[in-house]
Ligand binder design. Sequence first.
Ligand code: ADP
Ligand code: 5GP
Length: 200
Amino acid sequence: MSKGQLIVYSGPSGVGKGTLMYPYLQEHPEAVLSISMTTRQPRPGETDGVEYYFVSHEEFEKQIIQDGLLEYARYSGNYYGTPRKMVEERIQQGQDVVLEIEVQGAMKIKQSYPDAVFIFVLPPSFSVLEARLRGRGTESEEVIAARLAAAKRELGTAALYDYIIVNDDLEQARKRLEAVIAAAKCQTKYMKDFIDEVTK
Ligand code: ADP
Ligand code: 5GP
């Protein structure tokens, strides 16, 4: 059985990562989203074990020491990390796993999993990003200001990724995401096992 594809998916807060990825996952049962661990507080409507595993600083640091995380980073004063076990098991079982993570974590994955595909979502402009972040209405002004400052830095890292999706028109951007993942999965380097299988 072929291994699954690891998909690293980044972009500034409020750019529309969740809005774009949700329908993809609905239509592609072979792909799953990794649930990260974080020390940030749940937002209204978020449930432990669904959007994130919400844990204390002590618990998070225990996971770091026990090598339970594939990568982790500090972002806006909190820890965020990818639990290792689920990702490695699913990839082995042939499922594609999406890591929706920020850039420091993405670059760590680039070192440990060079075969992962790296996708970055850009807004059509900075002012559109600001409007989306405010429009979502889930953060305080202070948090929004911090996220926008972080976004300014993050946008410059887009060039480190393999593919860029500009999230302008939602339907067009969804189609591009679909096409990019499909194309990434057809790369010869991921098909080696399959080539061996059909030629033996
Ligand atoms: P992220 O997951 O990147 O933080 P969200 O998916 O929560 O961002 O999107 C932020 C806000 O922008 C949401 O209110 C969402 O409905 C809106 N949004 C996302 N994509 C578009 C788009 N292409 N056009 C208009 N609004 C969008
Ligand atoms: P939010 O607080 O808006 O849910 O997430 C803040 C940032 O942390 C986003 O850029 C999100 O993609 C990133 N993030 C979420 N989970 C992880 C993770 O496991 N590792 C890393 N490095 N970043 C993460």
